[in-house]
Design a protein around this ligand. Structure first.
Ligand SMILES: [Cu+2]
Length: 570
């Protein structure tokens, strides 16, 4: 006999007696924990986004004070770069794509009543909240927030003489340690739940692809974060008790940090990217009205990309002064890793081929992801090949590449998932016209903001400079900075329809039916929103995979699982 996640089945007594605190704050329900991760992630998205806008204003009009902020000197600019990068990767992308979608979807899509370890799950989100608090406090300590770059390279990050006794930097390291602990707890839960709590009939090769992507991402995180934690402890020791792990004058090696950071850093990119790819992979077949193309090979490609991600890290270090003979093998593995991703992109496009496509809002975001991610993927090939990278390294070309991959994942992939699963999460429908306006404005102004950064990068603008006008050769290109900044301001304004849509829907939106999109995966057999323990005493039975259906089936018989929602009371 298998034990369900939450163990007990007296579901009715359970939620009737839960008060405010047990329901919204100290909840062990995976759906509420997902929503808590979502709320914290959205809070940080606002903070990280505003920091980016201060930077962009400074870059476009360096001689005027930034409205609402004031003068930005080089020191402040370094704080902005560091905190924007850190916040967006670790406090926005991870909590939303892994924390929110992973928690909400894994039990519902595999037919479990909750996570395997619900209390550990609650601890995970609370440790993340503590990490958030530490990071927030770090803005207000003497010396200000961390300013050593989001990659925290020594010697700048290691030497107290350069930064003063910078408590902001110490707290920055502490906040990350806590954030890693939170996601380690979450990761153990995700893997255990998916291995042990799948409902009868839900074999591994029947799992929806978003689950495969979540599990691969989690595995990458679990395997790569250890060396970084060790590296961060050594960094703290250098800062606090004066060891010399990284300081060259004491016999240390500043490059050691770069190796440890990027051994984690490249898999970390996939920790963000893969869940987004998963969201898109599950949205596409529903709105193309046909099964996903090449299901198993998508899984094999994902695992291959995950494995390769551990042997590409030094492509971030071609100009670092490492042994130049290392450049060739790392160029080769980097170009190689584009093969599995190219397969996944082709499978996405092949899924659309001859489909009866419905252009609902989630589908628009999914298509937007494909188009924008391909731009980021292609520029990645330039960066990954050493001869080209030596020319463009540390320029805005890299910044443009990075934002085409990660902005497309977090924003386009994230919104595809958000608009798709919102009715299941909150039991309300969103407005389609507002969703479409939100998509088109975001698509246009995303490109106005980030595409020109390729050009100014090729013109020689390096990242982390606070005032481009101090460089004579950049003055004729300054108009590009102005275009990008105007784009960024309009990109921010483009999010207004989204806020209006969510608030309007939560207050007065139409009640969502069980399966508003006529989708075929298990979560759509549960009520919208699902009650605690999801299906209660009866669990659905699965007799075929999420994508094993043919077109006529889809017209008449949307939810084969529904019929088989037999009384399998346990
Ligand atoms: Cu990389």
């Amino acid at each position: 006999m298998r034990e369900s996640g939450a163990g007990t089945l007296d579901t009715h007594e359970h939620h009737a007696e839960r008060g405010f605190w047990r329901t919204y704050v100290f909840s062990t329900d995976h759906k509420m924990i997902g929503k808590q991760y979502l709320s914290l992630g959205l809070f940080w998205a606002v903070v990280g986004g505003l920091l980016a806008h201060v930077m962009r204003w400074q870059l476009a009009w360096p001689d005027t004070a930034v409205p609402g902020w004031g003068e930005v000197g080089p020191e402040t600019y370094n704080v902005l770069v560091t905190m924007h990068g850190t916040i967006m990767v670790f406090f926005v992308a991870m909590p939303i794509l892994l924390g929110a979608f992973g928690n909400f979807l894994i039990p519902l899509m595999i037919g479990a009543r909750d996570m395997a370890f619900p209390r550990l799950n609650m601890l995970s989100v609370w440790v993340f909240a503590l990490a958030s608090l530490v990071l927030l406090v770090s803005f207000f300590v003497p010396g200000g927030a961390a300013s050593a770059g989001w990659t925290g390279y020594p010697p700048l990050s290691a030497k107290v003489e350069y930064t003063g006794v910078n408590w902001g930097l110490n707290l920055w390291i502490l906040a990350h340690a806590l954030e890693f602990a939170a996601f380690l707890m979450g990761g153990v839960n995700y893997l255990t739940t998916a291995i042990a709590l799948r409902v009868p009939g839900m074999t591994f090769f029947r799992l929806p692809l978003v689950i495969w992507q979540q599990l691969t991402a989690t595995t990458l995180f679990l395997l790569s974060v250890g060396p970084l934690i060790a590296g961060a402890v050594m960094l703290l020791l250098d800062r606090i008790i004066g060891t010399h792990f990284y300081a060259a004058e004491g016999g240390g090696d500043p490059l050691l940090w770069q190796h440890l950071f990027w051994f984690f850093g490249h898999p970390e990119v996939y920790v963000i990217l893969l869940p987004a790819v998963g969201l898109v992979l599950d949205v596409l077949p529903v709105f193309a009205r046909k099964p996903i193309f090449g299901y198993r090979w998508i899984i094999y490609s994902t695992i291959a990309a995950g494995g390769l991600s551990f042997i590409v890290w030094a492509h971030h270090m071609f100009v670092s002064g490492m042994d130049p003979r290392l450049a060739m093998p790392f160029s080769i593995t980097t170009i190689l890793i584009s093969v599995p991703f190219a397969y996944i992109m082709f499978a996405m496009i092949a899924t659309l081929y001859k489909g009866s496509i419905r252009f609902d809002t989630p589908m628009l975001w999914a298509l937007g992801f494909i188009a924008m991610f391909i731009v980021g993927g292609l520029t990645g090939i330039f960066n990954g090949s050493a001869p080209a990278d030596i020319y463009i390294s540390d320029t805005y070309f890299v910044v443009a590449h990075f934002h085409y991959t990660l902005f497309s994942s977090v924003v386009f992939g994230g919104f595809a998932g958000f608009y798709f699963w919102f009715p299941k999460m909150f039991g309300r429908l969103l407005s389609e016209p507002l969703g479409k306006i939100h998509f088109w404005l975001t698509l246009v102004f995303f490109n106005v903001t980030f595409f020109p950064l390729h050009n100014i990068g090729l013109a020689g603008m390096m990242r982390r400079i606070a005032n481009p006008l101090e460089y004579e050769y950049l003055v004729p290109h300054q108009w590009i900075n102005v275009v990008a900044t105007v784009g960024a301001i309009l990109l921010l304004a483009s999010q207004i329809p989204f806020v209006v849509n969510v608030v309007w829907s939560l207050l007065a939106g139409k009640t969502a039916p069980k399966n508003p999109w006529e989708a075929n995966t298990l979560e759509w057999t549960a009520p919208s929103p699902p009650p605690p323990l999801n299906w209660g005493a009866t669990l659905p039975v699965v007799y075929r995979g999420a994508y094993e259906y043919s077109l006529p089936d889809m017209a008449e018989d949307w939810l084969p699982q529904d019929r088989a929602l037999a009384a399998r009371s346990r």
